[in-house]
Design a protein around this ligand. Structure first.
Ligand SMILES: Cc1ncc(COP(=O)(O)O)c(C=O)c1O
Length: 537
């Protein structure tokens, strides 16, 4: 056994004995090379024991346990006051995205061509998606992928985003838990979606395309993409889920202000839209329908490709800036979370937030409790099936192995439009299937109650999607109050809810209801799952 610490010096930290790590055996350990204010040297030896490093060049494998983590947190909390907001310097922003798949032993299953039932080739995918994005989609082995300088520069318009210590919420709840949230709503599009929008628009531009088509649910993705396309002078055609189009006219106008064209979906502008309208007259639409229309539109126009705001591996990859920044900010103060929570629609913000932490978990360096939160009205993780399915309602996309409610499942008109998707990211689905993360389904009235509780003390008006994570973070903090545990909770606050005031109005007027699909409703969705050869299941 080698130990991480090879030397230390006595330094003066405001009267208490302090020690500084001088050198380290591995890069991983150097990240924990921070100042420790301790009273007795034996605590230091405790820490040395806690940081065991691997033999030779095996990837960093630090062993730890919950007690050790808590002690570390306690020591650090005493030695350095944690500000309300931890901001990174621009120079500390990630220069590479982290590809979690490289560390996954059980890789996500490949996308299948529904015609041949064979894995989709780069050439086939290239007819729908931009070339470099296809390369990223299929890359299961490269752990770090450079972020082009142009994208890094764009990120600087609104990043680094703050990691906020929710002191006011903690006080209100009277909890000993320490709550942090990574706030991604500080840009005009109002959410984390811009992190991938600019990347996808950049690769489209680089390929010399005229424009892109896409779907949008709540409207955040469409807004983000229209901003990115305006910046790069690309045409942007958005299919917006009909209920959001009607509920959120101002979000639609933001997209148009940035030069995008916006069509409510299902529409009569595509063959698939006309078919869906005929089969489901009066439907309020779904992300699955809007995806079908956007894919059809891209493949029927010269110089256009389709871009997707979630679900795909490439989108999770771009969103890892969230997790990488979070980790750097926590490391600055020696904070080690016990629990990481995020809402899950198609899985991109959650995947991005947890990736660096899950990477540590997969490499056996640390353990974290990771919780995905989804609406009870669209419970793909908690009540879905792990199976190959279409990513869209019109069945024009490849098949993806994921937790799904069936591509013809149309959820009730829940106000968290961005979480109304029948499936889930293949990466997160595999991790969930392997027991590496948990999922909870919550009802929308309880989500809005949590959103208001949060807004009243923390000031930020959260998006309904983000409020799913708030709800579970509050639940967990309340549990800590009962048990007296000082757990450190980190959650993703993905966006703001200024365009969701109809939803807040419905809650404030006591008109909001909860809808939980029956088993029969779900069975109807499962019945439509495509038949895939046994050996591929
Ligand atoms: C604010 C916000 N948070 C979360 C989501 C969920 O998407 P994902 O699971 O891809 O992060 C959306 C989707 O539209 C959103 O707008």
């Amino acid at each position: 056994m080698k130990y991480a610490l090879s030397g230390y010096e006595n330094i003066n930290l405001g009267g208490t004995a302090g020690f500084k790590l001088l050198s380290h055996e591995t890069e991983n350990v150097s990240r924990t090379g921070v100042f420790y204010s301790i009273e007795k040297p034996f605590r230091l030896s405790y820490r040395i024991k806690a940081l065991r490093v691997p033999e030779s060049n095996e990837p960093g494998r630090l062993q730890d346990d919950a007690t050790c983590k808590r002690k570390e947190n306690a020591i650090m909390a005493n030695s350095k006051e944690i500000p309300y907001k931890i901001y990174l310097e621009e120079s500390e922003m990630p220069k590479q995205w982290y590809n979690l798949r490289a560390d996954m032993k059980n890789k996500p299953a490949p996308l299948l061509n529904p015609g041949t039932m064979k894995p989709m080739t780069a050439e086939e995918l290239g007819q729908v998606f931009c070339k470099e994005l296809v390369d990223q989609e299929l890359d299961d082995t490269t752990p770090y992928i450079d972020i082009p300088q142009e994208i890094q520069d764009f990120y600087k318009m609104y990043r680094p985003s703050p990691l906020v210590r929710a002191y006011c919420l903690e006080k209100k709840l009277g909890t000993p838990a320490k709550i942090y949230y990574k706030f991604e709503g500080n840009n005009t599009s109002g959410s984390h979606k811009l992190n991938s929008a600019i990347a996808q628009a950049y690769y489209a531009k680089k390929q010399g395309l005229k424009g892109v088509t896409t779907e949008t649910g709540a409207g955040q993705w469409g807004t983000a993409l229209s901003m990115a396309c305006a910046y790069l002078d690309l045409d942007c055609q958005v299919y917006m889920v009909k209920c959001s189009y009607e509920q959120k006219p101002f979000r639609r106008e933001v997209m148009r202000t940035y030069g995008a064209s916006v069509t409510p979906s299902p529409s009569d502008t595509t063959e698939i839209g006309r078919k869906i309208l005929k089969e489901h007259p009066g439907t309020s639409g779904s992300l699955g329908c809007a995806i079908s229309e956007a894919v059809e539109k891209a493949t029927h126009q010269e110089g256009y490709r389709y871009v997707l705001g979630s679900v795909l591996n490439q989108v999770l990859l771009h969103q890892t800036v969230i997790g990488l920044e979070t980790k750097t900010a926590l490391n600055k103060y020696g904070i080690v979370p016990d629990m990481i929570i995020g809402c899950a629609g198609g899985g991109s913000n959650l995947g991005g937030l947890i990736s660096p932490f899950m990477g540590e978990k997969l490499r056996g360096e640390r353990d974290y409790q990771i919780i995905a939160v989804e609406p009870a009205s669209c419970p793909s993780f908690t009540r879905g099936k792990f199976a190959y399915d279409f990513c869209d309602t019109g069945m024009v996309t490849p098949l993806q192995k994921m937790y799904t409610l069936g591509s013809n499942f149309i959820p009730s008109a829940n106000h968290a439009g961005g979480l109304r998707y029948h499936g889930m990211s293949a990466v997160l689905s595999q991790l969930y299937h392997d027991g590496l993360m948990e999922a909870r389904a919550v009802e929308q009235t309880s989500v809005f109650a949590a959103a208001e509780e949060f807004a009243r003390v923390e000031g930020i008006l959260p998006a309904p999607e983000s409020a799913h994570a708030i709800k579970v973070a509050i639940d967990e903090a309340k549990k800590c109050k009962e048990t007296g545990e000082e757990k450190t909770i980190v959650f993703g606050l993905t966006g703001t809810g200024y365009f969701d005031m109809y939803a807040y109005e419905s809650f404030n007027d006591g008109k909001m209801t909860d809808y939980i699909p029956t088993d029969e409703d779900l069975e109807a969705g499962f019945a439509g799952l495509p038949k895939v050869p046994e050996d591929l299941m």
